[in-house]
Structure formats: C-alpha cells, structure tokens
Design a protein around this ligand. Structure first.
Ligand SMILES: Nc1ncnc2c1ncn2[C@@H]1O[C@H](COP(=O)(O)OP(=O)(O)OP(=O)(O)O)[C@@H](O)[C@H]1O
Length: 815
C-alpha cells in the first residue's frame, strides 16, 4: 500500500477515581464529539469533533475493536503503524496502552493478534526503550540503569538508536515474560496525582518480517506511552521529580511545535529539538500509519490541560503521512565492484524512519523500502550484507593504494562539502526556527491580549449587572419608604380628623352645658325671687289683717283706707316686679352685648322653652318672666310681644277671678307645621336651611329619607373610625339633601276669601330649591311676624320631636 493518510485521532475520557469529585465540565455529545466548559467563563463551552470519542463507560475492548485492530492489517502490508497515547498526567495513558492483567490494554491485544495471525514464515521481534530526561535507555537491558543510547542518523538519513536490543519472540508467553521484566525497569514515580506516574516516554516496537519470495515485507508497530504533561503545583513534585517533569514538559512542548510546524507547512520541522520527536519523526509527517489517542482526566483542575490536549489533537489530525512500504530484497547482491558503488542517495530513502543498529542486532522501528540498507531480522550474512559499512569496507579493499589515497581525498572533500551543506542547512533551519518562534510568540501575545480584553469585558459586564441590581434594590427600598410615608400621612390625617371631631364635640358639649347651667341658674333665681315675693306678700297681708283688726274706724273710711292700702301694695308689687324684671333684663342686656346673633337665638329659645312649660301649666306669672327674658334676646319679635301681652291679660283676668282659657301657642291653626330644624336627626343644623319657596308655594319634604341616608353614612363613618381608617368629614345638610326630591304644592289665588289654594304638585330637588331661595324663613332676627322662632329640637308645644318622629316614620310631613 502506498499513498498518504492523515493521522487518526481519537479521545478517551477516563472515569472519576475514588478521590475525585464527579465533574460535569466535559460532556460527550456524540460518539464523535464532546464539549468542554471554558474554565475562564463557565457559561461558555468549546466543542470538538474527532473520529471517535469515548466516555468514562467505554471499555478497553471497545477501543480495540473500533479503532486499533483495523490498523494492524497495514502491518502485513509492510507498513509501520504508530499508536501513541497523549494526555495530562493520570489521564489514563498507561491504562489504555498497557492496561492491567484484569483489564488488558492495547499492547497485550496487539501481541495476541499478531501471534494469532502470523504464519510460520513470519518472524516477530521486539525492542523496548524509554526516553527519560531526554536520554534513551534500553528497557530490555535494565532501563535507566543501563548506558544511555545514542540517537543517530545513518547515511541514508534514517534515525537509528544505536545498540538497542532486539529480541525474537516465538509465542505470546515469550513476550509476556520479556515485557513484564522490562516494564519493571521503566522509570515510574509517585506524585500527588498518580501513585504510579510514568516519568519517561516508553516506546515498544514490534517488527514482523514476512518473506514473500524475493522480498521480505517488514511491518512494524510502535506503541508509545508518553509521559503526561504536569502542573508542578498539582503534582507536588520534589526537586528530582521537578527535573523529570521539566524534561517531560519540554519534550512535549517540542512535540507540539513539530505538529504546529507540520500544520503550517514550515520548511523546517524541529524534530531534532528533542529525542522524542526525533524518534517519532516517522510517525509525524513520515511514512507510517498514525493513531493518536488523547486521554482526558475529568475534574476542573485538569480543565486547562484538557483543552490543551484537545487543541493538540485537533492540530495532529491534520498531519498527513506519506505511507512507505518497508521491503527487503532477498536476492543475493552482485559482487562488489567499484563501478557499482554509488554514493547512496538521501532522497531515495523515506523521509523519516527510525532504525536501530547495534553490535549484536540490527533492526529498525521503520525500515525504508527496497533499500539495501534495510536491517535484516537475521544476523548479517556476508553474502547479503546490506550495511553501508560493509559496502564501504569491501570497496576500500579492492582499490590500489594511490587510488585509495585519491578515494580518501574524494571522501574528505565530500565530507567537507557535506559538512558545509549541513552547516548551511542548519543555519537556515535555525533562522526558520527563530522566525517561527517569533511568529509563535507574537500569536501567543495576541491571544493573551485578546484574552485580557475578553476578561475585562466580562468584568465590566459583571459590574454593569451588579450596578443594575443595586439600582433595582434602591428603587424597591425607595418605593417601600414612599409606601410607609403614605401610610403615615394617612394615619396622621385620620388622627387630625379624630382630634377635630373630638374638639367639635367638646365645644358643643361645653356650649350645651353652659347653656343648661345658665338656664337652671336663671330658673333658680327666679323661683327664689318669687318665693321671696310671696313671703313678703304674705307678711304684708298678715300685717294688714292685724292692723285692720286693731283699728276702730268707720266702715267707709276703713274701706277707703283698706282699698288704698291694697292699691299701694299692688302698685308696690308691680314696681318690685318691674324692678326685678328690669334688673334681669339689664343683666341679660349686658350679656347680650357679648353674644353672637346665633347665641342670642339659642338663649331666646332656651327661655322660650321654659316659658312655654309654665304657660302650659297656666302659671302665667312665671311664664311671663321667661317670655320677657326671651324678649331681651329678641326684642323685635312681634309675635313674642303679642304672646307677652296675652299672658299679661291672662294675669289680669286671673286677678279679677275670671276663668281664662289657655292661649293657643300656634298662631296658624291646631297643628304647628314642622320646620326642617325640628326633624329628628338634624338638630340645629337645619336652622339655617331655608326651605321657603320664593314663589310662596308650599311643599312636602321626605325628611325621613334624608334622616335615614344621613344616619346610614354616619354609622358607616363611625365604623371606619373605630377600625382606625380615615373617614370623610360629615357633609353639610345642604350637600346631603340636595338630591332629595320634594313635592311642591303650587298655590293659586282664585280671588275668593280663602286666599291661595293648593292646586298641583310638582317634583323638585332640595338642591334646586335652595338655589332659588329667598330670605331666611326661620331666622329669629328676621322680624317675620307670621312665623314662630325656632330654637331647639322641640316644637312649640314643648314636646320632644324625637318622640313624635317615631310615630311619623316614613310619613311625609308638611313644612
Ligand atoms: N478507563 C479507565 N478506567 C478505569 N480506571 C482508569 C482508566 N483510565 C485510567 N484509570 C486509572 O487512573 C489512574 C491513572 O491512570 P494512568 O496511570 O494510566 O495515567 P497516565 O496518564 O499514564 O499517568 P502518568 O502520565 O502520570 O503516567 C490509574 O489508577 C488507572 O487505573
């Protein structure tokens, strides 16, 4: 088989081991892709795609069956197959490549496979080496305790590990015995991350030579268990481990550079910068079939290494190898003849192959096809020697001396030329390397700058988010404060309303008490005065009787003198009464000066009430006193004047022994018409409400409806206040009654004696009524002689309205 083939790249994520926390940072999306969370920005993740992706549940067998076994077919075609495991320390490279007895990895499966499929003609050999601190040691010869082996390029440009032991295998057991001993020689040490951490890169090489008539196909399998990249902060390495670690990391860095340079198509690939890349030259951009297994470890502490490993894998899968069949010509070589000796052409050899040569064995990890320099599996036979060295020896032995000298000169010249070319190539390569490194550094700087800006942007975004959050919190706090203020204001408003209400009630109570006190004072004084008068009168009468019985005088003169005496005492009494009344009126007049018109009306009403009570009892004297006192507050009221005159007449008549029928208190008929002020539930508020029709019409007014509305509202407000809620100020009676309808009885004067007669009813609201109101009908100071003054909740008969109102519930009253 020939042609080119890209390196096959697969990924394997190992399960979490006992001491590790489960990790969701790596997600296997499909059998060929996975996503890894960005360690710098956890909301972001990177997605990768490879030929195969194995999760923690995948077995050794799965990997073998799907991705490894098929490659071994190429071995029988004389190709070199290189499988290498790459990954951070403890990611499972050794587990995958080597495995354990219970869970065998790739190596034992390959050996089984080879022996199952080989024929008796096939010859299988093995070599096993380790690269420890950038030196090569033979693991079949004691590993790092044996001498280090030089890595050279032979004349054909092949990389060879000199003196590496190659052992023949006849069966699987042979291999197991040799390998288990050799594996123990491998440099392994304990770190914090892996108790059996590989401190070296191990390369097991299995060669299969199959004779095919005149040629022998030499297939090879290189199984490479790389040491893992290490973060010394995590591994907790001691100084010795640090040196190992630095060598491991350096060789892996060069491996990365080689892959990078191959991807870039660079003219110089830095294989020579480490022993590892030098030896793997054939697998990387050389002539072999390549399989890269990237091992991943779960856990956030490995996240950056995981991403590095996956980036490395992505770059490696782009590398294309030009496959080269390793073939050996079995035909006997023609006898050495100087004409046949040609300098070997470096271009004829494969670009990169690893060959090992030593004193006892001469075999290669990869062998150039058809080349006479191909190492043989059997000990070298003189007749078919393929080594350049033996060719050179036979050539020199047949040359004459002078010819030998000139041949030596030629060789020297060629050697010098070669050195010169090598020097130039190296200088050029060095320049390329420096240029690439500069580019690399520049790229890294660019990436670092981009990363810095991204981090800055993230930090600013976070800051913006935090500021928004703060603003929201402040706004909420402000709103809460505003609510609190509103609530407090409402409470204060309610408190003020309560205080106002209380003050009003107190003022009213005080006024009422004051008035009651004055009335009772006045009554007491009057009663006392009258008692005194009565006493004086009785004493005077007793004295007069005594004097009359003692004196002996003619009957007419005695009659004349008795009559004069009576006249005197009567005049005197009247004078006393007038004086007393005058004194009272003076006292009232004094008070009157300081009173408001409303207070005057109140006082007049109070006295009128008392006067009426005496009037009803036909105690004309006392009634007269109170009517007069009432008059001192409303001196211009004509009706009151007339009432006083009536009472005075009654007194006169009484004195004359004439029976006197009680004076009617209503000037208009048997039934006094209630005024709005007398409607229960309204008290004196309605006094100022003028319900007089400007047109002089009468009307009916449903006070009961108004009262109920008002009481309903008052109860509602009271309840509100008891709950501590704000209640509106009580509306005025005008406001409340404005929508209430009344029936207006229009009157028409038909010219006869009866005067105006009610003819029809018309509905009007109190509001509209009030708009057109004329003078105040019930104003005590109005001087209206046709209407009685209205002072309190009692009607003119002195009966409480509340009692009457019960009987009138729901009935329309005539105003
Ligand atoms: N697929 C797996 N299933 C179960 N256990 C595993 C698996 N892969 C690795 N391990 C365990 O993880 C631990 C580390 O594995 P291993 O030694 O193979 O890592 P490594 O990559 O070779 O590390 P180092 O580079 O340090 O040599 C071992 O205990 C191994 O048994």
């Amino acid at each position: 088989m020939s042609g080119s083939l890209k390196i096959k790249t697969i990924v394997r994520l190992r399960p979490s081991i006992k001491t590790e926390q489960p990790d969701n940072g790596i997600v296997i999306d499909s059998p060929t892709s996975l996503s890894v969370v960005n360690p710098r920005n956890p909301v972001e993740s990177f997605r990768f795609k490879y030929q195969s992706v194995y999760g923690p549940g995948a077995s050794q067998e799965d990997i073998w069956d799907k991705d490894v076994q098929e490659l071994l077919d190429h071995v029988w075609e004389g190709l070199t197959v290189t499988v290498f495991a790459y990954g951070v320390t403890s990611s499972g490279k050794t587990h995958t490549i080597q495995g354990t007895k219970a869970d065998p990895g790739i190596i034992p499966r390959v050996v089984d496979f080879l022996f199952q499929n080989c024929t008796t003609k096939d010859r299988i050999t093995m070599s096993y080496m380790e690269i420890y601190r950038d030196e090569v040691y033979d693991l079949l010869n004691g590993g790092a305790s044996s001498p280090k082996l030089p890595v050279r390029e032979d004349r054909d440009g092949k990389v060879v590990v000199q003196n590496l032991t190659e052992m023949h295998l006849s069966c699987v057991d042979d291999f197991n015995a040799i390998f288990s001993t050799a594996a123990k020689c491998r440099s392994v040490g304990a770190t914090n991350l892996n108790h059996a951490s590989s401190r070296s890169h191990a390369i097991l090489c299995l060669n299969i030579a199959r004779a095919m008539g005149e040629t022998t196909l030499i297939g090879s399998i290189n199984l490479v268990d790389l040491a893992g990249s290490e973060n010394n902060k995590l591994t907790g390495n001691d100084p010795a481990r640090m040196l190992e670690s630095s060598a491991i990391n350096k060789s892996l860095a060069v491996l990365g550079q080689v892959v990078f340079a191959l991807n870039q198509g660079a003219s110089r690939i830095p294989y020579r910068d480490s022993k590892l890349t030098r030896i793997l030259q054939d697998a990387l951009g050389g002539g072999s079939v390549g399989l890269l297994i990237c091992n991943l470890a779960p856990g956030s502490k490995f996240r950056t290494d995981t991403l590095n490993t996956l980036n490395f894998a992505s770059r490696t899968r782009e590398i294309e190898n030009k496959l080269t069949v390793n073939e050996k010509d079995n035909r006997p070589q023609p006898k050495a003849h100087f004409a046949a000796v040609q300098p070997s052409k470096p271009t004829a050899a494969p670009r990169a192959s690893v060959a090992v040569s030593g004193p006892t064995t001469s075999t290669g990890l990869a062998v150039p096809s058809g080349s006479s320099s191909r190492p043989s599996l059997a000990p070298p036979r003189p007749s078919s020697s393929t080594s350049t060295t033996s060719r050179t020896t036979s050539r020199s032995s047949i040359l004459p001396r002078s010819g030998r000298n000139s041949a030596l000169d030629d060789a020297e010249v060629r050697a010098r030329e070669r050195e010169e070319i090598e020097r130039r190539v190296r200088a050029e390569a060095e320049k390329d390397r420096q240029r690439l490194e500069a580019q690399f550094a520049e790229k890294e700087r660019e990436l670092a700058e981009r990363e810095r800006l991204r981090q800055k942007e993230i930090a600013m975004e976070k800051e913006r988010e935090a500021a928004k959050e703060r603003e929201k919190r402040l706004e909420a706090e402000l709103e809460a404060q505003r609510d609190l203020n509103r609530q407090r204001e409402q409470e204060m408003e309610e408190e003020r309303a309560r205080i106002r209400q209380k003050e009003t009630e107190e003022i009213l109570t005080r006024a009422r008490e004051d008035m009651e006190a004055r009335i009772s004072r006045a009554v007491e004084e009057e009663v006392k005065r009258r008692m005194d008068d009565l006493q004086a009168q009785r004493e005077a009468e007793a004295a007069a009787v005594a004097a009359a019985s003692a004196a002996v005088t003619p009957s007419d003169s005695s009659f004349g003198s008795s009559s004069a005496h009576d006249m005197d005492s009567e005049v005197k009494k009247r004078l006393d009464a007038l004086e007393a009344q005058y004194a009272l009126q003076r006292a009232d007049a004094k008070e009157l000066d300081n009173m408001s018109s409303k207070a005057r009306r109140d006082m007049a009403g109070a006295f009128l009430n008392v006067a009426r009570q005496y009037h009803d009892k036909q105690d004309w004297q006392t009634a007269l006193v109170f009517y007069r006192r009432c008059q001192s507050f409303v001196p211009d009221n004509a009706k009151l004047r007339a009432r006083i005159q009536e009472v005075e007449i009654a007194i006169e008549k009484e004195k004359q022994g004439v029976t006197f029928s009680p004076v009617k208190q209503s000037g208009k008929g048997s039934k006094r018409q209630p005024s709005p002020a007398l409607v229960p539930g309204f008290g004196k508020e309605a006094q100022n409400m003028d319900l007089d029709d400007p047109a002089g019409n009468d009307f009916e007014f449903d006070f009961q409806q108004l009262r109920q509305t008002r009481q309903g509202k008052a109860t509602k407000n009271q309840k509100k206040r008891s709950r501590g809620e704000a209640a509106p100020a009580p509306p005025t009676i005008e406001e409340e009654s404005s929508d209430i309808e009344v029936d207006v009885i229009l009157k028409e004067d038909d010219g006869d004696e009866d005067g105006a007669k009610p003819v029809k009813k018309k509905k009007r609201t109190i509001g509209s009524w009030l708009k057109g109101k004329a003078k105040a009908k019930y104003d005590l100071g109005s001087g209206d002689e046709n209407e009685p003054p209205v002072m309190s909740d009692e009607d003119e008969d002195g009966k409480a309205r509340s009692g009457k109102s019960k009987g009138r519930k729901g009935k329309k009253v005539k105003a």
